[in-house]
Every structure is written in structure tokens, then in C-alpha cells.
Design a protein. Structure first.
Length: 128
């Protein structure tokens, strides 16, 4: 199986040795996104809702660059530095995903890159 890297200028450039996403057949593995503005490469200001929205906008941009949409996501991993934000995750996800929600794990972590409060990665499956 041949895989290819996905890149879009509509999401933050990788800040390490990784791709924004990799497509392998009909499966796309989207790297973790933190709430970086793709233009300034700085963390967005505001509360956790603003940060979550930036993360999902970044994931949306990468999904679209790979030929899909967020509705094609089958699995999400959400990493939070404060699990008290669990309710906000659910609220914001409802704005980005249809009711056939993806499988998901929410994991509490001690820290994230650039001191972000949230990071989300995803797996997306596209129709052949």
C-alpha cells in the first residue's frame, strides 16, 4: 500500500518531524492539533471553547486537504490538561460532528506542546 503525506496551509505547519496527516489507502491518520492559529503560529487567546474551536477548525482543514470532511472521522483522541473541560469538549464537538459521532477517548495529561490546554488527533476513513 502506498501512503502519502497531506499538507494544507489552512492548518498550522508541523512543529516537529511529522506530517499534518498521512493517507494510507482509504484511511487518513490526522496528527494531533493544538489551538495554533495557522497564520501566526501562536496559540489562540480565549477560553477553552475558543481553543477547542481552533483545534477542530485545524482538523477540518487537514481533513478537507485529504479529500474528506469531519463527518468521515471514525476515531478521535482528545488530550486535556484539565479534565474539568470535558463538558466543553462535548458541547463544541456537537457543532462539528453529526450525530453519528466518532469513537472517542478523552485523556488527561500533565502538559502539551507550547503549553496548550488541548490537543486532538483523529482517524478518518474515506469512501473508495
Amino acid at each position: 500500500m502506498i501512503s502519502r503525506a497531506i499538507h494544507t496551509d489552512s492548518a498550522p505547519v508541523a512543529i516537529g518531524a511529522y506530517s499534518q496527516a498521512i493517507r494510507a489507502g482509504d484511511t487518513v491518520y490526522l496528527s494531533g492539533q493544538i489551538p495554533l492559529d495557522p497564520v501566526t503560529m501562536k496559540l489562540v487567546e480565549g477560553d477553552i471553547e475558543a481553543q477547542l474551536r481552533r483545534v477542530f477548525e485545524n482538523l477540518k482543514a487537514v481533513a478537507e486537504a485529504a479529500g474528506g470532511q469531519l463527518r468521515d472521522v471514525v476515531k478521535l483522541n482528545v488530550y486535556l490538561t484539565d479534565l474539568a473541560h470535558f463538558t466543553q469538549v462535548n458541547a463544541v464537538m456537537g457543532d462539528y460532528f453529526p450525530e453519528r459521532y466518532p469513537a472517542r477517548a478523552v485523556i488527561g495529561v500533565a502538559s502539551l506542546p507550547r503549553d496548550a490546554a488541548v490537543e486532538v488527533d483523529a482517524i478518518m476513513v474515506l469512501d473508495s
